[in-house]
Design a protein around this ligand. Sequence first.
Ligand SMILES: [Zn+2]
Ligand SMILES: [Zn+2]
Length: 396
Amino acid sequence: MTTLPRTASGERAAALLPQLTAWRRHLHANPELGFHEHQTSAYIAAELAKFPHLIVTRPSETSVLAVLKGGKPGQTVLLRADIDALPITEENSFEFVSQNKGVMHACGHDGHTSMLLGVAKLLSESPEEVNGEIRMIFQHAEEIGPGGAEELVQNTSLMDGVDVVTGLHLASQLPTGVVAVKPGAFMAAPDSFQITIRGKGGHAAHPEQAIDPIAIGAQVVTNLQHIVSRNVSAIDNLVVSVTYFQAGTTHNVIPDTAELMGTVRSFDPELRARAPGLLERVIKGVAEAHGATYTFQYDMGYRPLINTDWVANKLMDIAKAEVGENAQLAQPSMGGEDFSAYLTKAPGAYFNVGSGNELLESDYPHHHPRFTLDEESLVTGVRMLHAAALELGKPS
Ligand SMILES: [Zn+2]
Ligand SMILES: [Zn+2]
């Protein structure tokens, strides 16, 4: 058991635990998918309306913005929480299990929302201690491209005048209480692709009269793996995963087509730009060698999330002050995050707060039907975001 440093943010956050838990459980029981967070955003706005000094607006149909003008001059700081859930059927059995069948908070966004409500409450209780302006955005649709962040950045004035932005993701793979921060490349660009191999169907007993898209598709899958191992330097980070292969209807018919889908993950913009060409060269070569044709579609996902060094370093200092030796250097992740959209407009950094606890079985991976949170992690998140708002708001 590590003893945490005693700080004002820490003590105020700890006292909020029952309220944070109540918010999180309400949200967990009532999940909504991205772009459909109508009840969720109404609930957030109603809770924010209970706090003094906040200006609460709705920048888009299902997002909520709370602004607190501090009593002292300083920077404009944006804090972000995402609020959407996933199309997953929950397999947990606790009393606040999802009431919206087939939809589940399986990524921890219920926790993120609860934490930002907590920060709004703490900041609104003593605006005189706040520098500058703190904007708190409860962002819709992180899980569905093109993402809520992009919409807010492109279509609203949310980022106008913002000096620095931060936010966090809970991480079930890290123990509760850990805060992990990393300067530079933190999360990958999650691109996706679809391939159709078009052969010639026929009788399974006479493959010589057919062009078998299954055999060709299998070779495409194998050869795509060579891109990472043989076309890209081991120093660069690239992932190519084929995640879907669909063909055929029965045992004695060679089908006409095979459908494949997958994902490509990268950090480096140049490597990312090269990836579609590298994939297509393989697909074209294999298909043509066997007399098949193909269609290939490549979709760019969110930008890679590259933390601004000075912001990440400052967050690391805050983490050391708040959680002592639980402050860690984060590992980069091949997962994607639309937080990267905010970083096109202002410097900033995203970080992780551990929520994994074996005893509470809160160490299932994110997006798993049994994913859940150790609610103690909410306190860590609030103390970090509250301290960050106060620190980053100070005049530069
Ligand atoms: Zn997720
Ligand atoms: Zn998430």
